[in-house]
Write a new protein. Structure first.
Length: 310
């Protein structure tokens, strides 16, 4: 192969990789830009009008009538009924829609010391190392590849302490997901393609790692959801991959608190003001983008320009 042929082939491969990953980057950047536009175009919430009611009217009712979902929140079912919808990504079993997000999905990876066939095996093996590193059960987990059998072995680990497990479990599963998606380019592209959508394990049997409802019922039962720890772990890993992919430009989601950022500092100094009063400028004042927001806008334009020329 000549040098010119090699350069042409390398350019073609890079172009294909960029075309695959670009939609996810574009979604994340666009959402950041929209958030900036919203905060500047709508600086304050419009005042709420309260209509007077006659004595003896419906105002005497103890409870308020629940709000009906808007048209944007519903769609017609096959039988003509209304089905509440949302913009989350629901997953459960590995062979179903978005099954690659499941802990049981077959995707080999290593932590540098041990090799694992799936994220469930990593989770249960780390659980064994935490409570009984020398137990035969911990060794058996490494020798078993079936996720169902691995889960059963995980329940047999001796010296289990629920308090310790609750403290460590989310970090363990997040690290397992991190290894899983970092070591598979195909899975990484699929995860990035979810953009900024909420990731939800729609398991009707698990209210800790999932929400306790299947994908059909979950949107209508959001107020009764479980913890969805697996979904939260996946969102955290996706955020890391997005930041790495675009050079750390995307802002991290702000944490509310006095030490988290400038907003938190303002809350600590002026606790009598609401969150909306502190984060939004005065009515009619259009603020300039921050340096980070400016980078987001520039990166979105730059990525579109690159895609146009390749």
């Amino acid at each position: 192969m000549t040098h010119s042929s090699f350069l042409a082939l390398r350019h073609e491969l890079r172009s294909k990789a960029l075309h695959q990953a670009f939609p996810a980057f574009q979604v994340a950047l666009t959402d950041s830009y929209r958030a900036y536009l919203f905060s500047t175009t709508y600086p304050t919430m419009p005042p709420t009008s309260h209509k007077a009611t006659k004595k003896g009217s419906k105002s005497k009712q103890k409870g308020k009538r629940p709000r009906s979902p808007s048209k944007s929140e519903t769609e017609k079912g096959s039988d003509g009924s209304q089905i509440i919808t949302d913009d989350a990504v629901y997953f459960f079993r590995p062979k179903e829609a978005h099954g690659y997000l499941s802990q049981w999905y077959a995707s080999p990876f290593t932590d540098g010391t041990y090799s694992y066939d799936n994220a469930e095996q990593y989770m249960m093996h780390r659980k064994g190392i935490l409570f009984a590193p020398d137990s035969p059960v911990t060794s058996a987990i490494l020798e078993t590849t079936n996720p169902r059998d691995i889960k059963a072995l995980g329940r047999m680990i001796p010296n289990f302490d629920d308090t310790v497990w609750k403290r460590e479990r989310l970090n363990i599963v997040t690290e397992g997901s991190r290894l899983k998606f970092r070591q598979s380019e195909a899975l990484k592209v699929q995860l990035l393609a979810t953009g900024v959508k909420e990731l939800v394990e729609a398991s009707p049997f698990d209210r800790i790692w999932g929400v306790g409802f299947g994908a059909k019922q979950a949107p209508m039962k959001r107020d009764k959801w479980g913890e969805n720890l697996l979904g939260k772990a996946l969102v955290a890993v996706r955020r890391e991959l997005q930041e790495e992919a675009i050079g750390g430009i995307i802002d991290s989601e702000p944490e509310l608190g006095p030490s988290s950022d400038s907003l938190g500092s303002q809350q600590a100094l002026g606790g009598e003001h609401s969150l909306e009063d502190q984060r939004l400028p005065a009515r009619g004042v259009r603020v300039s983008p921050s340096p980070t927001q400016a980078k987001v806008i520039f990166s979105l334009l730059f990525l579109n320009l690159i895609l146009f020329y390749i």
